[in-house]
Structures are given as C-alpha cells and as structure tokens.
Design a protein around this ligand. Structure first.
Ligand SMILES: C[S@@+](CC[C@H](N)C(=O)[O-])C[C@H]1O[C@@H](n2cnc3c(N)ncnc32)[C@H](O)[C@@H]1O
Length: 299
C-alpha cells in the first residue's frame, strides 16, 4: 500500500474513494485538456471530470472519438453555431459563469492543453473576475503529441536543443507581427506551428528570408492521433506544394527543423493506429508517393 492518493489513478484504476475525495463540486468549472484526440490520451483525471460533469462545453478540437463518448444530453457545442458562425469568446465566457451560478458542475473541454493556444487563460481570468471557483486539468498538448505520433521528436540530442511553439494565424507580412520569424530562424531549434495551414506560404517565406536553409525538413501532421491521421513531409522550399498535393487541412501541425527528417529513419518500424497513416513526401530527393488508406487521402 502507498500513501499517495493518486497511486491507483496512475495505475489506471480510479477508486470510488479517490472520486469521493475530490469530486467536481456543483457551481465549479473544470478547464479540462482533452489531449490531441485519441481517447486513450485523455488523462485519468480528465476522464473522471467528464463523468462527473452535469454539462460539458466543447468545440470540435477534442475530435470525434472523445466527443462521441460523452452523452449527448451533457454536451454543449460552443465551436460553431447553427449557420456556421463561430461562437464568440464572450458568449462562451458568459455561459460558463451562467452555468456555474446555476449550480452546475461544468467541464470546459479543450483540445490538447487548455492553456496552450486554447484561450483557457482568458476563461480562467473571466471566471476569477466573476467569483466562480475553477480548476485546470492539463492535457497532452498537440504540438508535442502530433509530431510524436508521427515519429518526430520535437527535440533531439543531435539535431535540436530548443523548440518553439508559435501560432501561424498571424499574418507574417504584418508590420507588427507578434511572431518574430527572424529570431526563430536564428535559434536553430525546432519551430512547431499551430493553426498554420492557411498561412504556410507566408511564414515559410518569412523563415527563408530570415536565412533559414530552404532545404530544412518540414512535416505537416494532420489530425494527429485521430483515426485518419495523415503526415506529409517536404522542405521549407516545397512545404506549400506538399500541403496542396496532400490536401492537408486543419487541424494540423507544421514541424520545421532537422527533427522532421527523423520520421524517415524510423518509419519502417513505427506502428500507427490501424492503417490510417498517409504520407506524401515531396522532398527534393524523394519520389512523390501517397501511402495509407483513402480516408482523407484524396482531398
Ligand atoms: C486553437 S489551437 C489549440 C491547441 C491546443 N490547446 C493544444 O494544446 O494542442 C488549435 C490548433 O492546434 C493544433 N492541433 C490540435 N489538435 C491537433 C491534432 N490532433 N493534430 C494536429 N494538430 C492539432 C492545430 O494546429 C490546430 O489548428
């Protein structure tokens, strides 16, 4: 026996005593990270919070498998509203307060980790400002997990001693871009870009202009750990062609740096999820090929 109250949970066995010690109280909000999409990458605590919640506010990012595992009557989609419009952050903030004040045990489920490009920080501040007790349940974040599932380590003793997570949503040509692409090019470390499918041409050009070698390996990982995950690889020079040829769509991660080539060295022995791994490789020295099943492979 151990005194560690979490020992059972770590072993994957959540006892009723654990839950009774620390249940999600009525009137409380839990900001929960879902991980990248594979239900087995939900933490034990996230799974318990989902079971305890009266209502789960979510968008689409946790992925179909996790969302479908939550009873429909508990779910409230704050991603897109009828008509395809995005729900405003203001609406989500107010809804969290409203539900908590009505005495509900609320889970706000977010893809990956709630505090990594997830606006979880804003929600936490809003809850605090309204006197609503909340907690944060960290999640497995996609800029590490999606590359890892594709066989790409974001750091590597021989190739990268630093890694930067950046948003690709910013326009790199904007005068006051919040992302300093020049500084990133100078680090020599791995650059992992989230929300960077649409603006790929802009920031790959910005990195090249800042002096990054056009032959730097790039991998695009779409729907990492979901069924139908796809990976396309190229270089800083060919990344846009790779994206277009493969039809890579969000959610996807762009990994820029020598580590992106590590996948090739392990691919023969990398076990994927089923046969859903598709690869388009347009590196200068590679034959363009598409492998894997058809799910999403012909977009
Ligand atoms: C608003 S950010 C949220 C990031 C999230 N909080 C996290 O920690 O992973 C959304 C972006 O995360 C990335 N993303 C999230 N899940 C992903 C997945 N399973 N595969 C690839 N990219 C993913 C994509 O770049 C997507 O555009």
């Amino acid at each position: 026996m151990t005194d560690d109250p979490h020992a059972d949970a770590v072993a994957g066995d959540v006892t009723p005593e654990d839950a009774a010690d620390d249940p999600l109280a009525p009137g409380t909000v839990s900001l929960v990270g879902s991980g990248p999409g594979d239900p087995e990458l939900l933490t034990v605590k996230a799974r318990r919070r989902l079971a305890e919640a009266d209502v789960v506010l979510h968008d689409k990012l946790p992925g179909p498998e996790i969302l479908e595992s939550i009873p429909a009557e508990k779910r409230e989609d704050v991603g897109k509203r009828a008509g395809g419009e995005r729900t405003s952050q203001g609406y989500t903030n107010d809804r969290l307060v409203e539900l908590a004040e009505a005495g509900k045990a609320v889970v706000r489920l977010k893809g990956g980790d709630p505090f990594v490009f997830g606006r979880g920080g804003e929600e936490a501040e809003h809850l605090a400002a309204h006197g609503v007790p909340f907690e944060v349940v960290p999640g497995v974040t996609s800029p590490i997990a999606a590359p890892a599932a594709a066989g790409i380590p974001v750091t590597h003793r021989d190739h990268a001693s630093s890694v930067s997570f950046v948003t690709g949503h910013e326009d790199p040509t904007k005068e006051e871009s919040a992302v300093d692409w020049e500084a990133l090019a100078a680090t020599g470390g791995t650059v992992v870009v989230l929300m960077g499918v649409g603006k790929l041409p802009g920031y790959t050009a910005a990195l090249r202009e800042a002096g990054m070698d056009p032959a730097t390996p790039v991998a695009l990982v779409e729907r990492g750990t979901w069924p139908g995950m796809r990976v396309a690889t190229g270089t800083l020079d060919t990344a846009v062609d790779v994206r277009d040829e493969a039809g890579i769509e969000p959610p996807a991660i762009a990994v820029i740096g020598e580590v992106a080539a590590a996948r090739e060295r392990v691919l023969g022995f990398l076990r994927g999820r089923g046969d859903a791994d598709a690869t388009v490789d347009l590196r200068d020295d590679a034959d363009p090929t598409v492998e894997g099943d058809a799910e999403g492979g012909s977009q």
